[in-house]
Design a protein around this ligand. Structure first.
Ligand code: A2P
Length: 391
């Protein structure tokens, strides 16, 4: 008997964050409103998707005598049983294709590791099936009165339960209730906005930055939470988008909207633990207007000796539209010495479109200053010093 090894995603553990679909170099992963699925015909077993997955749902390789189709996988609520291997000839994913794809993955950058000096994160302590209960300590709107964006700062208290996390990690919230097919809702992933000690030392809490999206199950649930409500939390997730602990590290942070959450965490970590660090903090923050920018007030109060803040506003009346990438170009003179510096780390977090815009800005800055961005970026990635999280 011949059995094939098929790459599959566990629907129970998957948090539908789209990371695997983005990582796949051959478009083998797709999704519907129910599940993320892998095409047996397209998947080459290159495993590019495996390490970026924050939950491990991606790492399932079952044996089957007839590969499951996409339609079958879309309908699953859990993984089927793997076929018993006893006495069968097992056909693994073709090795020669894997080798070819490994080369392609290396060419496109592959998996970016955590910065060398980052602390060791805990991941996946709690899951959708075994979450931890947290209590809402507060929920505050942080965009100005009348602003179009309704962005909330939500503080969750873990009380007597352990919830160790690092700056740059995410947590999953599980909205109560069921979807239109009667199944429990999937986990919604949010970046932690607090440093590892939480909002206040001596309290076992953390903050999230959440924007209300019209019709969004997760964001409306979180933005409507009241003080003392209980929430079910999974995580923490993420082991690469972490902050270097080295005080000499220069950290260039580029974000739009709620993409600011991890950078609030990074900045607070530096402010509280290494305010006189020699490494520079540079923030590029894009927003429609000042009143749409989360944490505008506190950000403006940070000392210039701690952080170099550059705001790009795209919808100011009578002003040309500015994006973060325009600000990068404006600050080229200060970025030029930082870019080739072995202790510089670059982080991008926010809207999908900004990734390409920032990449082009860095390429221009490098070209005009005798540097090659493509090779510099490859070095930064390989050394865990270039991280992108866009959605
Ligand atoms: P825009 O005014 O063109 O929408 P949002 O408020 O929707 O979360 O967006 C945050 C900021 O990011 C806004 O200023 C928005 O500008 C800007 N933005 C939109 N697309 C891009 C892009 N491709 N690159 C950089 N910034 C962008």
């Amino acid at each position: 008997m011949e059995l094939r090894r098929q790459h599959l995603i566990d629907p129970v553990v998957c948090i539908r964050c789209n990371t695997c679909q983005e990582a796949c170099p051959v478009d083998a992963i797709t999704h519907d409103s129910n599940n993320y699925v892998v095409s047996y015909e397209k998947c080459t077993g290159c495993r590019t998707c495996v390490s970026p997955c924050p939950t491990g749902a991606i790492d399932n390789w079952l044996l089957t005598d007839a590969p499951w189709t996409l339609d079958e996988q879309f309908g699953w609520e859990e993984l089927p049983e793997s076929h018993p291997a006893l006495g069968a000839t097992i056909i693994e994913t073709p090795a020669e294709v894997t080798t070819l794809l490994d080369a392609a993955t290396t060419a496109t950058g592959g998996r970016v590791p955590a910065p060398a000096s980052a602390a060791q994160p805990y991941t996946n302590i709690y899951s959708r099936e075994a979450p931890v209960t947290a209590r809402v300590a507060g929920n505050m709107r942080i965009t100005a009165e009348g602003a179009e964006s309704d962005i909330h700062h939500v503080v969750l208290d873990f009380g007597a339960n352990a919830f160790p996390f690092l700056e740059g990690q995410s947590i999953g919230l599980i909205p109560p209730g069921t979807d239109d097919k009667g199944r429990p809702y999937n986990i919604r992933l949010y970046s932690v906005a607090s440093p590892r000690e939480g909002e206040r030392s001596g309290y076992n809490n953390l903050a999230l930055t959440v924007k209300r999206v019209s019709g969004g199950i997760g964001s409306n649930y979180v933005c409507d939470l009241k003080k003392d409500d209980e929430v079910q939390v999974a995580g923490p997730f993420g082991d690469a988008f972490l902050m270097p602990d080295d005080p000499e590290a220069n950290i260039v942070m580029i974000c739009t909207g709620t993409g600011a959450a991890p950078f609030r965490a990074f900045t607070e970590r530096r402010r509280r633990n290494a305010a006189d660090a020699s490494g520079k903090l540079m923030l590029f923050f894009g927003s429609r207007t000042p009143s749409e920018l989360p944490y505008f007030g506190p950000l403006m109060k940070l000392p210039k000796s701690l952080i170099d803040v550059n705001l790009a506003f795209s919808r100011l009346p009578d002003k040309p539209k500015q994006y973060v990438q325009d600000k990068l170009r404006e600050r080229a003179a200060d970025l030029v010495p930082l870019l080739p510096h072995g202790k510089t780390h670059i982080y991008i977090c926010g809207l999908k479109g900004m990734e390409q815009g920032c990449d082009e800005a860095f390429a221009d800055i490098c070209r005009l200053n005798g540097m090659d961005w493509a090779s510099l970026r490859a070095t930064l990635r390989a050394e865990g010093r270039y991280h992108v999280e866009t959605y």
